[in-house]
Design a binder for this molecule. Structure first.
Ligand SMILES: Cc1cc2nc3c(=O)[nH]c(=O)nc-3n(C[C@H](O)[C@H](O)[C@H](O)COP(=O)(O)O)c2cc1C
Length: 469
């Protein structure tokens, strides 16, 4: 009897935001979309239950701290307001406990900014969430990019890009120190016989004085299951990639086609090794929009129907926030393969090569927006379960990634379709689990699946802050 190695098990992570629409402005008008009532807690609880029933690994909540106001003149928020382009936008931390109470195994990644959040306060908030979710929480570390957020937080200008990462680096020392270094494992006694709650010999104040932060504090919460939340990051610049290679345990890779993502994946793994970590200590995920139905035709029809609800002005508002470029400054007929900044041209050129049937066609403002309108700057997999599974398999094989960050067009419909049509095929192919490995496992155990427990791995830089005698 020949033995076959088990195929790689994919990570399937749902991507959302505490706002109507997320990456698909205007789709809140679709009769089946529940994210329209983004403030309705029962929507979030139902979503978490549906994701857990489908055995998604986690739910990742993006966030930013301003408004998209670049399009049609800096400071103009009308396009975002009218279309509901990631606005209104509420605080993602506050819905996690309700979703955690309704689930046992689904993980929750929350975005928080090292540029605007205070590290002492944030360490406390993540530790609290890690306690009440029993270790099912992750932190998507961002350095933030919106001019409007800088203004909102009292700055005249954004802190320059690379300096934001330098601050983030120091920020991490403070957070690790608090979460790994302030309490010993056995400091909390809660012993009614002695009447002692916490052992003062095993809890200490940490002192940090650096270029950006000065913190003298005892971590207010005792160590949670993971201590430090599972760390996710999505840096794309040199500074961002270096940060991710050092700190992240899962990374979101940008990119619309597998060959270029492979280069990035190889680079990140090499950098992780250089910084003393093992190559497989970072799970690499690619963002993708999956539209799946019984047949290719039905799926294409569904995509076309979804697209009919898109609001291109809202998409232009998102594009302005992401890139800092105001598309209203370009002519209707300009071809973006040849106009716009170098970054936009290179993005459009790479990406136009992946969209069939558009060779020789002008990539005008309208076309660029149409392509981004449902699911944003993500690759797409549209078709029958077999077609979609083949597309995803190609990503895994060519790019060498570990799984996917799955955007939605309408919620929870897009996720339910995946659970209904796609996951059974993935299971038949042996690439997706039938259930969580252990009910109640921490996010770190769920994502790393290396049997090494809920806390930071020995080779992770945060681990050296642990208080050991
Ligand atoms: C899948 C994905 C999700 C992201 N989510 C957020 C987010 O929620 N909030 C945010 O401010 N930035 C977010 N970003 C932006 C990244 O944090 C990062 O700033 C961006 O990829 C550019 O890289 P750089 O910071 O190295 O220049 C995300 C990026 C990707 C690819």
């Amino acid at each position: 009897m020949g033995s076959h190695a088990q195929p790689k098990q994919w990570i399937m992570n749902a991507f959302a935001m505490f706002t109507p629409g997320h990456l698909s402005p205007g789709l809140w008008k679709h009769p089946e979309d529940r994210a329209r009532n983004y403030e309705d807690l029962s929507y979030w609880v139902d979503l978490a239950k549906a994701l857990e029933a489908g055995k998604f690994h986690g739910l990742f909540l993006a966030d930013h701290l301003g408004i998209y106001d670049v399009y049609q003149g800096l400071g103009n928020s009308a396009p975002a307001l009218e279309s509901g382009a990631q606005f209104p936008l509420a605080d993602p931390f506050l819905i996690i406990s309700a979703m955690a109470a309704a689930t046992q195994s689904l993980s929750f990644a929350v975005t928080a900014s090292t540029t605007y959040e205070n590290p002492y306060a944030l360490a406390r908030r993540f530790s609290t969430l890690d306690h009440i979710t029993k270790g099912r929480v992750g932190w998507n570390i961002v350095t933030s990019y919106l001019h409007s957020a800088a203004k909102a937080y009292g700055l005249d200008e954004e802190i320059p890009h690379d300096e934001r990462y330098a601050r983030a680096e120091e920020y991490m020392s403070v957070v690790y120190n608090l979460l790994e270094g302030s309490w010993k494992d056995d400091a909390l006694l809660r012993d009614p016989k002695t009447g002692i709650y916490s052992d003062p010999e095993k809890v200490r104040r940490i002192e940090h004085e650096g270029k950006y932060f000065k913190v003298a504090a005892t971590q207010q919460t005792h160590p949670s299951k993971q201590r430090t939340p599972f760390i996710l990051q999505a840096g794309a610049s040199s500074a961002g990639k270096a940060f991710a290679a050092k700190h992240s345990e899962a990374m979101f890779l940008p990119g619309m086609e597998p060959a270029s993502v492979k280069k990035l994946a190889d680079e990140i793994r090499a950098q992780a090794v250089e910084s003393g970590r093992s190559a497989d200590s970072i799970k690499l995920l690619v963002g993708i929009l999956v539209i799946v139905d019984e047949t290719d035709e039905k799926a294409q029809k569904k995509y076309d129907e979804l697209r009919s609800y898109a609001n291109l002005e809202g998409t232009a508002a998102l594009f302005g926030g992401w890139t800092g470029h105001d598309l209203s400054k370009y002519g209707e007929d300009d071809d973006f393969r040849f106009s716009g900044s170098g970054a936009i041209q290179s993005m459009v050129n790479t990406w136009s090569a992946t969209v069939p049937g558009t060779e020789g066609v002008k990539w005008t403002r309208r076309r660029v927006l149409q392509e981004l309108a449902v699911g944003g700057a993500h690759a797409r997999a549209i078709g029958s379960p077999e077609t979609v599974a083949d597309i995803l398999q190609n990503w895994i094989d060519v790019a060498g990634i570990d799984g996917f960050n799955l955007a939605y067009a309408i919620s929870p419909g897009t996720f339910e379709d995946m659970a209904k049509y796609l996951f059974p095929v993935l299971r038949k192919r042996g690439v997706f689990w039938t259930d969580y490995e252990n009910e109640g496992a921490s996010m770190r155990e769920t994502f790393l699946a290396d049997g090494k427990g809920p806390q930071l791995r020995e080779d992770h830089p945060g681990r050296k802050f642990r208080w050991v005698d």
